[in-house]
Design a protein around this ligand. Structure first.
Ligand code: IMP
Length: 203
């Protein structure tokens, strides 16, 4: 942590996530300009409900859940993979495509199975971020177009990364450096918009 981050007057904002990978990603984008506070640091343990029918509803539900309890500025994100040949599935159900407690591997296996023999492999990742700042909500979106490979390629990343090939690249997300993925990915784009908004404010 830098000296500046220890500054008690520095603006703090909660990121309503339990995912340490996402926390690091956003703090890296923000640099020293704002301090991200995790749910763990806040003393919140447990799961935040996600019962919305859309990514925006879920992101909004998560940020409101924390804001209503703590009254502190916060943001939350929700991501889904939309596959054209599957009518947009798994979409908002991406985390539990193969079942309520499905692993990343089980979800990928199910996706590959559902797409067997289907020539249209077009897909996109979408992220929506909901920010609540001074009791007002703002939404930021990011998406990346690509296609689903017929088999896993690469070991980096998480989730559906080994089978997602972004348009214009010859590497899957799981073969890319985290820097490159963060620059071009759905969440990277949505977070870059959030960070541009936050850093334009005079805290
Ligand atoms: P979440 O809303 O960010 O938790 O994402 C829901 C699900 O989408 C995750 O459980 C992953 O399966 C998938 N997912 C989200 N972001 C990514 C990504 O960057 N790469 C691959 N899969 C992702």
């Amino acid at each position: 942590m830098t000296e500046k981050k220890k500054d008690r007057n520095m603006k703090k904002i909660i990121f309503a996530t339990n995912n340490p990978h996402k926390l690091m990603e956003v703090q890296a984008l923000l640099g020293d300009q704002l301090e991200i506070v995790s749910l763990k640091e806040l003393g919140f343990e447990g799961d935040i409900p996600e019962t919305g029918k859309t990514l925006a509803e879920n992101a909004s539900q998560k940020s409101h859940f924390i804001y209503d309890r703590y009254g502190l500025d916060c943001f939350a994100d929700d991501t889904g993979l939309e596959v054209d040949a599957l009518g947009g599935a798994p979409g908002v159900f991406s985390a539990r495509y193969a079942g309520e407690k499905a692993s990343y591997g089980e979800n990928v296996t199910k996706l590959l199975k559902e797409l067997e023999g289907k020539p249209d492999r077009k897909a996109r990742f979408k992220t929506v971020v909901s920010l609540i700042l001074d009791n007002k909500e703002y939404l930021f979106e990011g998406s990346v177009e690509g296609r689903i490979l017929t088999q896993r390629t690469g070991n980096a990343g998480f989730g559906y990364d080994p089978v997602f090939l972004p348009n214009g690249y010859s590497d899957s997300f799981a073969e890319m450096s985290s820097e490159l993925k963060n620059r071009i990915s759905h969440r990277g784009i949505a977070m870059q918009k959030l960070v541009a908004f936050l850093t334009s404010k005079d805290f």
